[in-house]
Design a protein around this ligand. Sequence first.
Ligand code: SAM
Length: 333
Amino acid sequence: MDRIIQQTDNDAFSSKICAIECKYLPPPQDALLDARGNKDIQELYRGFAQMHNEYYAQLKEESRNVYGRIRRMTRNPFPVMNYGTYLRTLAIDTTALKFLEGIPQGTEFQIVNLGCGSDLRSLQYLGAFPSLKRFVDIDFTDAIELKGRILDRPGPLHTLTEQFGDRYVIFEGDLRELKGTMEKLQSVLDPSLPTVFITECVLCYMTDSDSQQLITTIMETFSHALWVSYDPIGGSAPGDRFGTIMKQNLMDSRNLDMPTLLQYNSKDNFATRWENCKTVKSEVNVRDMWDFLESSITTKEKGRLRSLQFLDEIEELRVMQSHYVILSVTWGC
Ligand code: SAM
């Protein structure tokens, strides 16, 4: 099962490559309604396409197998999928940037990408923020070994990671092994510094007790932080079968389980995972991705998105995006 979970990173990376090839990503300067966000977004997405294309090219040299799988997945770039990738990428980054705006300029901070897979936010954020003291990537051993080998290959990515030195830390680890995970994090992070935790499509593959222990322990250990999480929710409206069908499809096609999809089936239910930590006072905000598209993206940018590919299934897009959420939890602020 771990191997199957790990392979979901191939979906995530291939979706990103598709979104880049079809010009959804990187977003242009005026994508967001919040004008302040636009300035930071530009900085963050500098060299975004080149960085991902270079990683993809190096992956081809490092693992023909994984490259071939990803290449096959990019052959049919569905607009609905591209919208999804665009929205999740932008929603996570705008949430993180908003939190970082609230930190006095020059204050050191840290970011942890739990279940990072091939995600390259480490390089984006380390390049954009000189006061980012540490960026920690953590994932299963095989995933990290492959990522490490790719980043070690001579080329621009290796040059970048060398420049970042010990500001970039990459750990092999199983998030279900709480003690080991916390020891690793605490060995390189200062729990008193502002810290951003990212889980992008990761908690959905963990059991309730494993993810709850991880959330509670991190909340109790780090004194000032943001947790930003992107995940699917099963749906709670009467007759809503989205989650049941998704769960069944994943099980039938890949033998892959999403153990909490039907349990945390609504935005409110999803938020309870952080609210369950009674010892830490936090502020929780959850939106679905349809809401994010409707209320955070400029009319001009929506027009640009519509021009990229023909999308006749707007209802399908609405249904799908209302079953994915972006959660922002801050504590100690
Ligand atoms: N977060 C990345 C992104 O969105 O691009 C990757 C998402 S991928 C769908 C899920 C990732 O979570 C995989 O890389 C998988 O290996 C990782 N993951 C899931 N459960 C994990 C666990 N218990 N320990 C470490 N990594 C885990």
